[in-house]
Each structure stands twice: as C-alpha cells, then as structure tokens.
Write a protein that binds this ligand. Structure first.
Ligand SMILES: [Zn+2]
Length: 169
C-alpha cells in the first residue's frame, strides 16, 4: 500500500516520535508499505512521521533499487559517532521541489534495532551518512531546513506559505 506523504506544515513532522516497542507482523506490513511508498516517490529514505505516524521508524535505500541487501530498516535509531563534514544539496519528500546545500557529517555510525528488534550498529559514508542523519532528524521532529542558512530557510518557508495560501501545497 502506498501512503500519501505528509508535507511540511503538519505538526507530526515537527514532534519527536514514540519508540517502536512491538516487533510483530503489523510492523513488517508497515515497513513493506513504507518501502513501497518511498520507491513510488523516488526517495532514498522515508521516516514514519512522513506518512503521519509519530513513530521512531525509518527505511533507507540509497541505491533506490530493489536490491534486498541495500534495504535498511532502522527502529529507534541513535547516532553514536560522527566524523568530518560535507556540504551537499539535500531535499526531502515532505518539502517537494526544494533543495538546499546542507552540511552533514562525512561518516556516521548509527545504533538501531532491525525489524525483529535485534540491535545493530552500522557506519555509513557520503549519501548513506546523510540519510542516517536526515531520517534520524525526522524522528526527532527536525527537518533539513534547520541545518541550512537562515536566509535560505526563510525563503523556503515564505514560498511554502504562499503555496499554502494558494491551495497548492
Ligand atoms: Zn525528509
């Protein structure tokens, strides 16, 4: 099932999510639906708040392909180590058509639980490191525009407000 993606402006995107506690078949179904939704939107990551669920759960596939080993499920993720910094254009499915140069660590180690509740740690570089940060931010109620310069952020917010007024958002 493909969920509609919640856009910037909705409260669920700016509130910390609740911990995942039930690792059951409902969670498996939800994760499958999140991958389907993410691929349909051509995204490389999707967090549960983006489909309206205040839950600390996200899916990532930086290859955007159906290669099973590149499909990552992170429940209750926490970033435990960061190194370096890279500034690169970043976007978000909840802010369609907006992109901005965003600084992120070059190398990121995340600790999370998998779909069965098993804890694991994983280190990613480049786009994967960026996805770890971007998706973990979502679970803490943060969006990438909080990491960009103030002028750029205000410009994006202004454009969104204009579109909201026009009923185009
Ligand atoms: Zn996002």
């Amino acid at each position: 099932m493909i969920y509609p993606i919640v856009k910037y402006g909705r409260e669920v995107l700016e509130k910390p999510g609740n911990r995942v506690v039930d690792f059951n078949s409902n969670l498996e179904k939800l994760v499958a639906d999140m991958f389907e939704t993410m691929y349909a939107a051509n995204g490389v990551g999707l967090a549960a708040p983006q489909i309206g669920l205040p839950l600390r759960l996200c899916v990532i596939d930086t290859t955007a392909a159906e290669e099973p080993k590149t499909k990552l499920v992170l429940a209750n993720p926490e970033i435990i180590l960061v190194e370096g910094e890279v500034v690169q254009e970043e976007g978000c499915l909840s802010l369609p058509d907006f992109r901005a140069k965003t600084p992120r660590p070059e190398r990121v180690t995340v600790r999370a639980q998998d779909i069965h509740g098993q804890e694991f740690t994983m280190t990613g570089e480049g786009l994967l490191a960026r996805a770890f940060c971007h998706e973990t931010d979502h679970l803490n109620g943060k969006l990438f525009i909080q990491h960009v310069g103030r002028l750029k952020r205000e410009s994006i917010k202004r454009k969104v407000r204009k579109m909201m007024k026009a009923g185009e958002w």
